[in-house]
Each structure stands twice: as C-alpha cells, then as structure tokens.
Write a new protein. Structure first.
Lengths: 455, 315
C-alpha cells in the first residue's frame, strides 16, 4: 500500500500485532497446505488473502477536530485492523495541512489508502476531477450505505451524488452545524426562551443587553478562528439568501452574484447589532478562544459556533449549554442552518493497492458500532439510527433536534481562492463600521470574480 | 645528512604539493575547494536550487499539483496592479524604516549604559537585555498577544492603573495601532543583537581617548559625539543591515498574532506570499511576490553595504 511517510503517524497495530503475526503465519501455512491439496478451495483462498493483507498497512489520513476524536478513531481503526489481520496507521491532520498534503500526495500518486477530508468544491471535487479518488457509487450500492444516511446529507452538494450516473466522491461520517449556543442559567434567570422567530431573536438580544449583558461573544483576531464573527454573519445570510443561491455561490457559478439584496440585508442586520452593542467590544482584538472563555465563564450568554465544540463546552462550564438554530426571517422559507454539513467525508484513493480492504474498512467506519462511539462522544453521526440512542447531554439532544428540523447549509468562506483569504478582512471593515453593507456586498462580488478568474 | 636533489625528487615534490594544495600557482590547489564542497552542496541544494525554482514558478500559472502553464510576465503585470501587494509592500517599507532606527538606537543606548557607566551586575543586565533575542518567535508572539489583549492584557491594565486609562486601546483590533503594536514586539526581540554588537565595539575603544577629551574640556555629549560615535560607525552599518533585512523578512510574528488582519492592516509581503502559495494555491503568483520580496531585500542589502563601504572609507 502507500508510503504514508507523514508527520506524527500513529501505528495502531500494537495491540493487534500478536494476533496479526499469528494470522499471517497461519495464513501462510494454511495456504501452503491448501496448495498441497489438503484443504478445500475456500480455505485456500481465505488463507492466501489473509497472508497478503497481513503484510500490508492500511494508511488512513484523518482530518481531526480534537485529540479525543483522534483517540477514538485510532482505537476504532485498530479494532477493525485487529479483527481483519490488517496493520493500520492513522495520521491525524488539521484542516489546512490536510488539504495541502492530500493534494500534493495524491497528485504524485502517493498518500493514504483512505482519507477523511474536507468536502468542499475546492478539495473533494479537485480530487475527483483528477481521478485521484475512486467513484464510490458501486460501493454505496454493494454495502447499502445510501440507506444509512439522510438523503439531504448524502446529497449535500446536489450535483455529485446518488443517482448512480455521476461519480460519488465521498461518504459522510459525522455532522456539524454552526448556530447559537446559550447559557440556560442566564435564560432561566430572566425567564427567556430560545427564539422561534427572527423578531423573537431581536427581542432576546435587546432584553439581554438591557439586563447588562453583551449578548453575543465573538472573536475576530484570527482569520477563520472558531467562534469568529464571520459565523454570526454566515448564520444571518442563511436567512436572507435562498439556499439554492448560496449553493451556487459555493459551486462557483459565474452567473450568480454576491452583490444582491439578501447579502446587503444580512450585513445591515449584523452591523446594527454591532452598533447596538450586541457583540462584545474589541471584537477584532479578541481571538476565538477569548470568545469561548467569555461564554464559558458566563460573561456572554450566547456564542455562535460549531457543534464540534460540544465536548469542550460541556466540559468547561458549570452550566449545561444548550443550542438553538437561527430562526427564519421569511416564514415561508424552509429552516436552514449555516455550516450544517457532513463535517468531512471518507474517500478511497485510486492508488490504494487494495481497494477492497479499504472498502471493508469504510464499511466498518460507516456502521452502527462506530456511529455509537461518535454519539457517545457527544458528536452527531451522519448515520441514521433505527432507534436514536439516549442523548449524552441536553446539548446533544438540542443539536440533533435542530438538525432534524432544518436543511443543510454552507460555510460561506469556503468558496476558495482570493474570496476565502479576503472573506474575513472584508467583514472586519463591516464590524469596524468603515464600510456600508452595500459596499460589503460589492467587495464580496469583486473578490468572487477574482476567485473565479483563478486568483 | 644533506638531502640529495634530483629531477625526480623535484617532480615528486611538485606532484605532492599539488595534491596537498601547497604551493600551486592557483594558490592552494584543489584541496580548499574540496573542503568547501559540502558547504556548497548544501548551499546549492537548499538555497540556489529553490531560488532558481521560485523564479521559474513565477512565470507559470500553477496550483502546485496540476499541469503547469507558461504565462510569461503575466504574474508580474498582475502584481504591478495588485493593491494588496502594494499595501503589504508599504507596510514592509514602514517597518524597515522603523526597524533600522528603533532597535539601533535602543541597542546603542543600552550598550553605552552597560559599557561606559560604572554599575554592579553589568553582566546580569547584559544577559537580561539580550534574553528576548533568544526566545522563539512563536513564544514572543503569544506573550505580546497577551500583553495587548483588551480583556486581560498587561498594557491596558498598566495604563488604567497609572491613570492613563484614556489611552487604552484594542491594540491588535485597531487598523491604526495593530501594525505599530506588532512592530514593538519585533523591536523587543531585535535590539538585543544590536546591543551586543555595539558593546563589542565600545569595549575596544581605548579609555585614553576619553581621558584626553576630558582634559581638552569636552562635555559628556561631546565625548559621545566626537570620540565614541566614530568608533561605532562601522558596527552600526552592520546593525542597520541586519535589522533592515530582518524587517523585510518579518513573517512569524505577524502570522501568529494577526495573520495580516484586521482588514489587512498588518499584511506584509511574506504573509501575502504565504496566502497566495499555500492558501489560494496560486503558486505562480505567490512566487512572483516572493521574487519581488527577494529583489527588495537584495536592493536594500546593496544600499546598506554601500553605506558601510562609505563609512569604512571615512573611518
């Protein structure tokens, strides 16, 4: 299989080493004996297969959200390897390094056998377009993966999916959504409830401000920092611009514009929130971690962030945070949550020496056993349980309910290229009131054009 | 016993001297070059080759993994009209202007204090003042980020406690103050080297010059100007050159503290190169930026080396 010579590669085979060695040796003996005609054809094939896989390593590159996640994925992988007599290696990656490393590795026909990586047009589609990853449609059919996940999640992009005629690039595993985490103790103190209409949200913000709180904790120091102010804008945009338009923007449709009334409306709403003091002061000088701290120590009753923070928020507070989706502005539109997506997707490299082994591994990772592990770690697996397990926390129950109620949404910054690098700098000007909402929309459109031109 | 000479002996000696690199007409034969070879190989592999490749890439349209396309000078034309490039370039120039003055003046001032002023614990102070120079830049970035934090930072707390609360700022969130704030962090790490170079120069000044000046009635300021400064003119050109190059190369502090924000107020060329090459994956355009940065560094170096030559001639 592949070389997999990457930093901090974790060989997960230690626990299974003895068993693998035993299976490998046994396999060889069995194969030799079978060749001599002592065993049946089935035994011969099984023995030979075992000896073959036992001498290889299945290299997995995993885009991880936290050390805890790395730990349980590594453990689940090792368990599978031990059971199948396959040595496994899991290499955890952060977001940017993964995208870079995977493109470079796959383009030189190296890299992992299986990758769990970012599902964006800038990445996943590039891998598929260059045929660095295999079409997963036959495996979807063979293993019945389609039945395990919600259609909206399987068909996230709506363009490359499950109709069997187009190649399928990746399979979802766990889900994320970005939206409002709140402090139920502060809400209870003032008799406040999660809003179900946008007017209620505005009223909630005004009430919290009147009670002496800065309602939303945000950080804007680092571009793309979790908890950053770009999320606040993103969530509002999902209520002012139809999902279909946002999707076309993400897919870099040259016929769609960012300079549209919906973007101006969202920018106006958010800039008004800045003016009214709903966001903490000094936004641009505080990091996402600062914003987290303000929420966790009760300074700000709410924070807009992603559900990958669930575990951190549950562990870091003396209250149990709760979650609600941004209410709709247009009551006749469906509910949509920004950043509600298959967090990342599993892909199989075209250069995996045993795609069959990789497929078997994926079938294991996409099954109920691993989904339960995810669930027990406060994640929301993409897997649809026949009977939903008991939530580990009220927060998890809130997120799960919100996901059931809303359609998937996007990470606006992920258009790629120049648009992505200038997304936050452009928003910075909105927060500092140095540009108007109209100018923001024009600037986004200009950045979008430059990105489309290859910048 | 006297050695017997013959034609054969002379030839053998010549051959031996050629092999050992002694006495050859080239002034050393092959041996010195053999000694240089490992260093040159490393230099070639890790400097010359990458430099060549970057120049080559700057003429391409390339994302780093798919097919390369030759575009001639298109990347340079784009660069000439790119407002972000010029903004970053302007920031670098401002940084260089401040970088050759602030750490130089602080380093010289401290060197004079530590060499000319009688005091206890001189070695201790030298070590303390030099300490920021040896800290990892990531550590420096994180420490100064804390110092500037509007919620828990030391700077605003001190201003508040000494009654200067009106000067409190969200330093890193301000488009006006963010760049100067990061520059201060950089200058904090840069003055140590300047100080050490000046100390070495000042220690070589014979005390008799000062005594003679005193006898002639020179004031302390006159001693400084007419006795001390001529001795530090040469090292000062070195300090200026080092600080100028360091200012143009600045990356780590900006990248960690603000990553070019807010609203590109701290964008410098090296960060812009990083964004283009590693985030946008526009390797060709990023390389053109890198070549422009390299040219700026070479020009600055040539200018300051010429300045140094003039200083040496005057000395």
């Amino acid at each position: 299989m592949s070389d997999g010579q990457e930093p901090h590669s974790q060989d997960t085979s230690d626990a299974a080493y003895g068993r693998r060695e035993f299976l490998g040796r046994t396999g060889k003996v069995v194969a030799a004996t079978a060749l001599a005609g002592s065993f049946s054809g089935v035994a011969r094939a099984a023995g030979a297969a075992r000896s073959r896989v036992a001498s290889k390593t299945l290299n997995v590159w995993y885009l991880t959200g936290s050390p805890e996640e790395t730990k349980y994925i590594t453990s689940a992988t090792a368990m599978w390897g031990g059971h199948h007599g396959v040595k496994t290696s899991v290499t955890p990656y952060d977001f940017d390094p993964m995208n870079r490393a995977l493109k470079l590795a796959l383009s030189s026909h190296r890299g992992p056998d299986v990758a769990y990586a970012n599902p964006s047009p800038d990445d996943e589609f590039v891998y598929q377009k260059n045929k660095w990853i295999i079409d997963l449609n036959p495996l979807v059919k063979k293993y019945g993966w389609n039945k395990r996940f919600a259609p909206s999640v399987m068909n996230y992009w709506g363009t490359l999916c499950c109709d069997g005629n187009r190649p399928r690039t990746g399979i979802p595993f766990d889900l994320t959504a970005v939206d409002w985490f709140y402090n139920p103790k502060i809400f209870a103190k003032y008799g406040l409830k999660p809003p179900t209409t946008f007017a209620q949200l505005e009223s909630l913000l005004a009430t919290l401000k009147a009670k002496g709180y800065t309602p939303i904790g945000v950080g804007g120091l680092h571009v793309g920092d979790p908890g950053s102010l770009s999320f606040v804008f993103q969530q509002v945009v999902h209520q002012t611009v139809p999902r279909s338009v946002l999707q076309r923007q993400q897919l870099r449709d040259p016929n769609v514009s960012w300079n549209i009334p919906g973007i101006v409306q969202a920018a106006t709403i958010v800039q008004n929130w800045v003016k009214k003091g709903y966001l903490n002061q000094n936004v641009l000088a505080l990091s996402g971690s600062d914003a987290d701290s303000m929420f966790l120590n009760g300074e700000t009753p709410m924070i807009v962030n992603g559900t990958w923070k669930n575990q951190q928020y549950l562990a870091g507070t003396n209250f149990s945070p709760r979650f609600f989706p941004t209410p709709r502005i247009h009551p006749n539109w469906p509910w949509v949550m920004g950043g509600y997506s298959p967090n990342n997707v599993w892909m199989i490299s075209s250069y995996a020496s045993s795609q069959q082994t990789a497929a078997t591994y994926l079938d294991h990772m996409l099954g109920e056993q691993v989904a339960t592990i995810l669930w027990n770690n406060s994640d929301i697996p993409a897997y649809r349980f026949k009977k939903t397990p008991k939530p580990r926390s009220q927060l998890q129950a809130d997120v799960y309910a919100a996901m059931g109620k809303t359609e998937t949404g996007f990470f606006l910054a992920n258009v790629g290229g120049f648009f992505t690098t200038q997304y936050n700098p452009t928003l910075d000007k909105l927060w500092s009131l140095s540009i108007t909402p109209q100018q923001l929309a024009q600037q986004f459109q200009s950045n979008y054009k430059q990105a489309l031109a290859g910048g | 016993m006297a050695e017997r000479f013959s034609v054969g002996t002379v030839r053998r000696r010549r051959r031996a001297s050629r092999v050992h690199g002694v006495g050859s007409r080239l002034g050393g034969g092959v041996s010195p070059y053999l000694y240089l070879l490992p260093a040159f190989a490393v230099y070639g592999a890790f400097f010359l080759l990458p430099l060549y490749r970057i120049v080559e890439y700057s003429f391409l349209k390339w994302d780093g993994y798919s097919k390369q396309k030759w575009v001639g000078f298109a990347n340079y034309e784009r660069l000439a009209h790119d407002p972000l490039f010029w903004r970053a370039f302007r920031h670098n120039m401002v940084w260089m202007g401040a970088g050759i003055t602030v750490p130089t003046i602080i380093g010289l001032g401290l060197a004079i204090l530590l060499v000319r002023q009688p005091m206890h614990g001189r070695t201790y102070y030298r070590a303390v003042f030099f300490l920021p120079q040896v800290l990892a830049s990531i550590v420096v970035a994180i420490v100064w980020q804390w110092i500037y934090s509007p919620s828990s930072g030391a700077l605003d707390a001190v201003l508040r406690d000494v009654g200067l609360g009106r000067f409190q700022e969200a330093w890193l969130g301000s488009t006006t103050w963010a760049l100067p704030a990061i520059f201060v962090a950089w200058a904090w790490t840069a003055y140590g080297l300047s100080m050490v170079i000046f100390i070495a120069a000042l220690q070589s000044v014979d005390e008799e010059y000062f005594e003679a000046a005193k006898i002639d009635g020179a004031s302390r300021l006159q001693q400084l100007r007419h006795v001390l400064l001529p001795f530090v003119r040469r090292p000062m050109t070195v300090v200026i050159l080092v600080n100028a190059i360091g200012a143009l190369q600045v990356f780590d502090l900006v990248f960690v503290i603000t990553n070019g924000g807010p609203a590109n107020a701290t964008l410098v060329l090296s960060v812009y190169v990083y964004q283009n090459v590693f985030q946008i994956l526009d390797v060709g355009y990023g390389s053109a930026n890198a070549v422009a940065l390299a040219i700026a560094i070479v020009l600055a170096s040539m200018f300051f080396l010429r300045l140094r030559g003039m200083a040496e001639r005057n000395a």
